[in-house]
Design a protein around this ligand. Structure first.
Ligand code: GMT
Length: 372
């Protein structure tokens, strides 16, 4: 099949998932055409059947806001017309679903009926999309998609709660390539981060408010009181300056490192002993799943779709939002005994395997086959 995938090229979960899906489909022989404004971060190297079409947004003195959505819809029309595309799969509703609707209507005038699949990822529904500035367009374009999917049951419920739509939403869970993340820790790297065999706590996100990175730091400071440990903060975003100044003044500041944006998460995660994800909401928590595949127990909130990938007391623990004492207590419980840590590590892997790439990609393929 010739499939066009529209996504954000950044470190956000939706872009990561879309890129990994495209790569997996290409491995199975499909031709994949990524349409976005920048080379997706997880798309490196040369693949004979992966193509990247950059959306160029011309600037003009009249535009305070260059019209990306118009440029995106035009690029979709061009790619569909020139590369025999069978279907458009757009990830993250805003503005991809409405741009796809526009492209679909234009293509109808070229006697082409291009199927549009929209995958909802999270904040396009729970945070941004429900704002009344966007809501009418999001509602309309979700309803107009040929198929609407969501990455968890929780996100499906949130969508029906927040939008007046009748369209059936199919849940297709996110996935992880377990074999890629299940690596042995690189000793030199581990020794560099934890020279005295300290435990390594990791958080990775886009440092938006919803991620509650301040709770990551608060939880770590409590853990650090009893367990010699290091905190690695991975990623970047609007909250980072505030978090940096918060950590600068704290007693354990020498044990906290900011690694910035990292592409090779599969090399970093295996040195971790705990992954912290205290988010306010999380439709799925792909970052936590990648950690689990690297055999890292997860300490998180019980928000959103997290209870769909976590088993409390098995591969980690879930606490109420903001309860940093409970999160720290649970982490200390796991980290205090090597046997307990080993058991949680093994369980994390078992749990991650339920969401292995080999189980989920065929579900998307079956969905595509309905149209081809
Ligand atoms: O994690 C983010 O804030 C980025 C965001 C995105 O769309 O890029 O992630 C959402 O989609 C991911 C992939 O489906 C999910 O794993 C994340 O849970 C979800 N984020 C939120 O719901 C906050």
């Amino acid at each position: 099949m010739n499939i066009a995938i529209v996504c954000y090229p950044t470190f956000g979960g939706s872009g990561v998932l879309a890129t990994e899906l495209g790569k997996a489909l290409a491995d199975k022989g499909h031709n994949i055409h990524f349409i976005t404004y920048q080379q997706p971060v997880r798309l490196s190297g040369f693949h004979t059947n992966i193509f990247y079409h950059e959306v160029r947004v011309p600037t003009y003195p009249l535009f305070d806001f260059p019209p990306y959505e118009t440029a995106l819809a035009s690029t979709m029309v061009d790619v569909v017309n020139n590369h025999h595309i069978d279907l458009l799969h757009v990830h993250y509703a805003i503005p991809h679903a409405s741009a796809a609707y526009m492209a679909k209507q234009i293509l109808k005038t070229h006697q082409k009926d291009i199927p549009v699949i929209t995958t909802l990822h999270g904040t396009d529904i729970t945070l941004v999309g429900r704002d009344k500035t966007y809501s009418p367009v999001v509602t309309f374009s979700m309803e107009a998609s040929d198929v609407l999917t969501a990455v968890s049951n929780n996100l499906k419920e949130e969508t029906y709660k927040n939008f007046d739509i009748k369209k059936e939403i199919e849940v297709i869970y996110n996935f992880v390539d377990v074999a890629r993340f299940n690596k042995k820790p690189v000793k030199v790297f581990k020794n560099l981060i934890a020279p005295h065999h300290e435990k390594v706590i990791v958080h990775a996100s886009n440092f938006r408010k919803v991620k509650r990175v301040d709770d990551v730091v608060k939880t770590f400071l409590l853990i650090n009181k009893t367990i010699p440990s290091k905190l690695l903060l991975i990623g970047d975003g609007p909250e980072r300056p505030q978090i940096e100044s918060m950590t600068r003044d704290c007693p354990a500041s020498a044990n906290i490192s900011f690694l910035g944006k990292q592409e090779q998460m599969e090399d970093i995660l295996p040195i971790a002993d705990i992954f912290l994800l205290p988010s306010e909401t999380e439709s799925f928590g792909l970052a936590a799943l990648e950690a689990m595949a690297a055999e890292v127990p997860v300490i998180s909130t019980n928000a959103g779709g997290l209870p769909e990938i976590m088993v409390n007391g098995y591969n980690g623990y879930m606490s109420n939002l903001g309860d940093v004492e409970d999160m720290a207590k649970n982490a200390v419980h796991i980290l205090s005994h090597n046997d307990t840590l080993a058991q949680f590590r093994a369980n994390a892997l078992v749990q991650a395997k339920k969401f292995d790439i080999s189980k989920i990609v065929p579900v998307y393929e079956a969905l595509y086959k309905r149209f081809c």
